[in-house]
Design a protein around this ligand. Structure first.
Ligand code: AMP
Ligand code: MG
Length: 431
């Protein structure tokens, strides 16, 4: 579908005042399918990568019924209601010992946590529950436990043939441990998505250079690089900073189209901008596959979405983000992050949020989504509380740095009174 066709298919599509939800739905439809390519990587290289195939467990985990406690294993059939049980100790099983043969009636076996249960033994009494009248017997007090207690069943973690991990999963530490627990040394993952970054603006100066009058340092490329690195499945291609000059912009965009799956630019898409970025973007998307939006969100109103064609008939996706440093991060989170994960082959889950008590009143007009920088802390009652970092100007990068979460005020929501609960997106999941 062309972007125009997507626009026509989306009820209520209004580029000059587009709500965030509709913009996200639009972007989801505009994504090309993820690459079918795969690579196999060792366990140590899998963090953040996208699993490309379902992982079916080739074994039972654990492989044998085993003990959950240090104690004595016996058959639960020996227990009589209301009566103590006396059993004769027959040997010891340590974790890692080969499973032994069955025991005779009236016997038990000293057993350590994780050791395989001998056949027929289904119950473990923890050592602290038993008395040892002599060196050879244990006495279990009446009604101290039930048959089957303290046993881990073979396959209770994962049964052979069961799906352990689904394709599309962004691999995290426990997933990598799970792969190891199934005896795998590597996994098939999707290739990294190639994302090219460029900062636009004639006022920008690269860190390390002397700031000339009227200049500011380029920070967006570095926040974006870090946000992309955090995703784990992205190869960042840094196209540098580009002055507001058509030739330079054209060259940088062309390089991005040639080298990357996705281009992310910052700056030059604001409504009032008299600069060249928009025109160069439009020229690159010669087929008209370029849209400029004014979003009903704050910060981060302007956004360009495009497809820049390549010689081979494919296209690079373009996200033109606004230039304000805070708007860049918020737009990235709200509109770009999930799209990149999907393009990288992932099926991302929604980010978990906290519900926190707002320590102050928050002014908010219904009709746009707002993100305020918040500092979340423990409330005296043990719940969470949040206060804003103060001035919410979208250029105030230090406030983003001081914050540890974004307070999310939904589209239809109005002002919040002090003491009301609000949704907060903790940065831990994000930045
Ligand atoms: P623009 O979206 O180009 O109108 O830029 C909006 C504001 O963000 C202006 O004050 C710019 O100077 C600032 N800005 C743009 N790009 C960057 C950047 N890469 N790093 C820091 N500030 C920027
Ligand atoms: Mg600019």
């Amino acid at each position: 579908m062309t972007l125009q066709e997507i626009a026509a298919s989306l009820p209520g599509y209004e580029p000059e005042s587009l709500c965030l939800e509709r913009a996200c739905a639009f972007i989801a439809r505009a994504l090309p399918p993820p690459s079918p390519a795969r690579e196999r990587l060792p366990l140590q290289a899998l963090l953040g990568r996208v699993l490309a195939e379902d992982l079916i467990s080739p074994i039972n985990v654990p492989a044998h019924d085993n003990s959950a406690m240090d104690g004595y294993a016996f058959s639960g059939a020996e227990l009589r209601p209301g009566q103590p049980t006396v059993l004769r100790i027959a040997g010891t099983s340590l974790a890692g010992d080969e499973p032994t043969g069955p025991l005779a009636a009236g016997q038990c076996r000293r057993i350590m946590t994780g050791a395989a249960l001998p056949p027929g033994l289904d119950t473990v009494v923890p050592q602290e529950l038993v008395q040892r009248p002599d060196g050879e017997h244990i006495l279990i007090p009446a009604d101290a436990l039930k048959p089957g207690a303290n046993r881990r069943l073979a396959g209770e973690d994962l049964a052979r043939g069961e799906q352990a991990l689904a394709a599309g999963r962004v691999l995290k530490a426990p997933d990598i441990g799970l792969l190891a627990s199934l005896g795998q040394t590597e996994a098939a993952v999707s290739p990294r998505l190639r994302v090219a970054l460029l900062s636009t603006g004639s006022e920008l100066c690269a860190p390390g250079q002397a700031l000339q009058p009227g200049q500011i340092y380029d920070s967006n490329r570095y926040t974006l690089t870090a946000l992309l690195q955090r995703l784990g499945c992205i190869e960042v291609i840094d196209l540098g900073l580009v002055k507001d000059e058509p030739a330079a912009l054209r060259e940088a965009f062309a390089e991005g189209v040639a080298r990357a799956d996705v281009l992310i630019s910052s700056g030059g898409v604001s409504a009032g901008d008299a600069d060249h970025t928009k025109r160069v973007m439009a020229d690159m998307a010669e087929t008209g596959e370029l849209l400029f939006w004014q979003l009903l969100m704050r910060p981060g109103r302007p956004l360009a979405l495009g497809r820049l064609p390549r010689a081979d008939g494919t296209a690079a996706l373009l996200f033109g983000l606004p230039g304000n440093p805070v708007a860049v991060m918020v737009s990235f989170y709200a509109l770009v992050r999930e799209a990149l994960l999907r393009l990288a082959g992932a099926t991302p889950a929604p980010l978990a949020m906290l519900r926190a008590t707002s320590l102050q009143g928050l002014r908010k007009k219904p009709g746009r989504t707002e993100y305020q920088r918040g500092i979340v802390s423990r409330a005296p009652d043990g719940g969470w509380q949040v206060e804003t970092t103060g001035d919410q100007g979208s250029g105030i990068l230090s406030s983003m740095s001081r914050a540890n979460g974004l307070i999310l005020l939904a589209h239809d929501q109005g002002s919040v009174a002090a003491g009301e609960a609000v949704d907060v997106l903790p940065f831990d999941a994000l930045m």
